[in-house]
Unconditional design. Structure first.
Length: 278
């Protein structure tokens, strides 16, 4: 087929010209209307037909779940657990929202208004992209990258003119996803103050990632302490049942149920370490 011929969209079968379509990694074409149902930051030449369909299927639910996480817990969130701010990166206005308890954030640009969904990104994917075989388990080395608190993955690149003056900056957000790989937010700058905004925004994302990791480590430590307490309580209940003619089996069963409830966040620890079902 010729360069200027019309091609059918693999999803809606509409025939469109070259200015109204993109070519997928798998060589099929996707029309602009269907593309707007995917992630704004996804590169179509990195995206397979299956990956594009997956985005169409899940983006709406992810966006709704992210929004609901604020609506349902508005009164319980501490300021350190959420970030809402608009940043002017030169002429590029960026709306940033983050929930560090969930480890998720959104980036919304004015240019995204024609897209159906504001995509949600996750801190456990905010590491340099590396190709992995389909359905591969994340290697320990990659897990270490996710939990490394000493690295600021979000960086700023500067462009300078012949007089060594910074003329533009780009916030670079690595993302371990086949279709995205990295997010680049570029804007022209005129002075030092405008340059600093880029670094402030990058640091905000890096700090939110650290806050997410701290939340996770705190939750894990708290769960471990409750599990230790539950083991002690269960052992005491078993000994008491054995001594008084009660049901040892029931005591063990209750201990196992409590252990599962702790992992699911259904148990709280009161004063003196006592465990209570929520």
């Amino acid at each position: 087929m010729g360069l200027f011929s019309k091609e059918a969209c693999v999803f809606c079968n509409t025939e469109v010209g070259m200015l109204k379509r993109s070519k997928l990694k798998t060589k099929e074409y996707i029309c602009n209307d269907c593309k707007r149902k995917t992630n704004y930051f996804a590169r179509m030449d990195y995206t397979s037909k299956e990956a594009a369909q997956w985005m169409m299927d899940v983006l709406a639910q992810e966006e709704a779940d992210f929004e609901a996480s604020f609506d349902s817990a508005e009164n319980r969130f501490q300021s350190a657990e959420r970030s809402f701010k608009t940043w002017d990166l030169g002429s590029l206005r960026v709306h940033y929202r983050c929930n560090t308890r969930l480890g998720a954030f959104q980036i919304n640009l004015n240019d995204m208004s024609r897209y159906e969904h504001i995509p949600v990104f996750y801190f456990d994917s905010l590491i340099p992209y590396k190709f992995e075989a389909e359905n591969a388990v994340l290697a320990d080395s990659r897990r270490n990258e996710v939990t490394n608190m000493s690295v600021n993955y979000v960086t700023v690149e500067e462009s300078k003119d012949a007089e060594d003056k910074v003329t533009s900056c780009t916030v670079v957000i690595p993302y371990n996803n086949d279709c995205i790989r990295e997010i680049k937010l570029k804007g022209d700058v005129r002075n030092k103050e405008e340059v600093e905004v880029f670094y402030d925004f990058a640091q905000r994302i890096n700090q939110d990632r650290i806050n997410w990791l701290n939340n996770g480590l705190y939750d894990e430590e708290r769960k471990n302490k409750m599990q230790v307490r539950n083991l002690g309580d269960t052992a005491a209940a078993v000994l008491k049942a054995a001594a008084t003619g009660g049901s040892v089996e029931e005591a063990v069963k209750q201990g196992i149920e409590t252990a599962n409830d702790i992992e699911e966040g259904k148990v709280r620890q009161g004063f003196f370490g006592k465990l209570f079902k929520k």
